[in-house]
Ligand binder design. Structure first.
Ligand SMILES: Cc1ncc(COP(=O)(O)O)c(C=O)c1O
Length: 413
């Protein structure tokens, strides 16, 4: 008997199919646009120059000669790929140096390097949590955190974004679940750009005997005197059990890491399937990450952290005075999101900005809550004021013509 249902049926009738078709037909799809130059403050995209307000290259290090040389040296010495896992034949001296220096930077006993940041979350959460345990996660946490939690089959107790009362309630409930408890939050939330209230979260975890993990993907290389992230900024590094980071943002490469105690990292080294059963990153990626980390930890680091945050403040104030609703954040981060609310309006606005020479990211559900569409803008340390002023000028004229045609956009909160 043949099966009644084609397993591929879902690819034809999924909930976004109609929206996707309409957006493609009108050339309004904000995704998969072709970049034709390095991810600089101003890029070439699809035949035109556009101001890049949609990159995570926060410090601008992808074009730094020291970082490029780090990638080149690794390529020359080790070739194009390692063609095997860290466990068997993919560990090179650069991995070990990188792990040592990451641990020093984070102030932890050890660190372990994964091929991507996504795998770092998957391979740590999916390994350290087990059925019977409970994981409590902020609803704004990155998808890779959720994926790691689901993989582990631990009981998942999500709480409303940054609501300490809800977190406390979940910690209370978790006490009766009977297993170990881990709280996991983004230090800087990737779409909203706001920060987790880490001192209060650490206090709640301590009161309930729960472990705490912080994803520093967007905070590392930007926040704190050493640029070690939100945990450093809030002075809670010694109260956070595990810190995750990526190389795909400030560290100008690709890859990820977990920093923590010797016993936990050592366990991941021999148990984490996302570490053991995948090829090590290409040498150039490891060499670039190591060189970028050295820049961040040198005397050149702090001026770059200051510069990206000044740029973010400048863009935030500019957008606010133009009458946009910019998501509030207690702490300035490189991410400056503009609330549009309606999905289709967000896409139309994105296109108008794109045509006016500015590239931003569009965040729609499930990246944000339903009816919470955002234009996610972000800055680099290497944006100069004239470029940001040009971008603000484009926002101003696009807003004027958009509102004349479609009615008012959400205003400042
Ligand atoms: C908060 C957060 N965690 C983890 C990841 C995954 O990192 P990567 O893109 O390096 O795999 C990202 C990147 O998208 C992120 O924003």
């Amino acid at each position: 008997m043949p099966t009644a249902i084609d397993v591929f049926a879902k690819v034809r009738g999924h909930e976004r199919a109609e929206q996707l078709r309409a957006a493609r037909e009108a050339d309004l799809l904000p995704y998969f646009r072709r970049l034709e130059s390095p991810a600089a403050p101003v890029v070439e995209m699809e035949g035109a120059e556009r101001i890049m307000l949609g990159s995570n290259n926060y410090l601008g290090l992808t074009a730094d000669p020291r970082v490029m040389q780090g990638a080149r040296d690794a390529l020359e010495r080790y070739g194009t790929g390692l063609t095997g896992s860290r466990l068997l034949n993919g560990t090179i001296e650069l991995h070990l140096e990188l792990e040592r220096e990451l641990a020093e930077w984070m102030g932890t006993e050890e660190a372990i390097v994964f091929t991507t940041g996504h795998q770092a979350n998957l391979g740590s959460l999916g390994t350290l949590l087990a059925p019977g345990d409970t994981v409590i996660a902020d609803s704004g946490d990155h998808a890779s955190i959720l994926d790691g939690c689901l993989l582990s089959r631990a009981k998942l107790r999500p709480f409303r974004h940054n609501r300490l009362d809800k977190l406390e309630k979940m910690l209370g409930r978790a006490a009766d679940d009977g297993g170990g408890v881990l709280v996991v939050v983004d230090g800087v939330f990737s779409m909203e750009g706001d920060v987790a209230p880490l001192p209060q979260i650490a206090e709640l975890c301590e009161a309930h005997g729960a472990r705490l993990m912080v994803d520093e993907a967007h905070g590392a290389g930007v926040l704190g005197a050493r640029g070690a992230g939100a945990s450093e900024l809030f002075g809670v590094e010694d109260r956070v059990d595990l810190r995750m980071g990526t190389f795909s943002k400030s560290l100008a490469s690709c890859g990820g890491f977990i920093a923590g105690s010797h016993e936990v990292i050592d366990y991941l080294r021999v148990q984490s399937r996302a570490f053991l059963f995948t090829a090590a990153a290409v040498p150039a990626a490891v060499g670039a990450a190591l060189a970028a980390l050295r820049v961040v930890r040198s005397e050149d680091g702090p001026p770059l952290f200051a510069r990206v945050l000044e740029n973010a403040e400048y863009l935030r104030n500019g957008l606010h005075s133009l009458g946009f609703h910019v998501v509030d954040s207690e702490v300035t981060t490189p991410i400056v999101p503009v609330v549009v609310a309606d999905d289709w309006n967000a896409v139309l606005l994105w296109r108008a900005l794109y045509d006016a020479g500015v590239f931003v990211n569009v965040a729609l559900h499930p990246a944000v809550p339903p009816a919470g569409a955002l234009l996610r803008t972000s800055v680099m340390a290497t944006h100069d004021r004239a470029t940001l002023d040009r971008a603000l000028g484009a926002f101003e004229s696009v807003k004027r013509s958009f509102e004349a045609e479609h009615g008012p956009l959400p205003g400042p909160a």
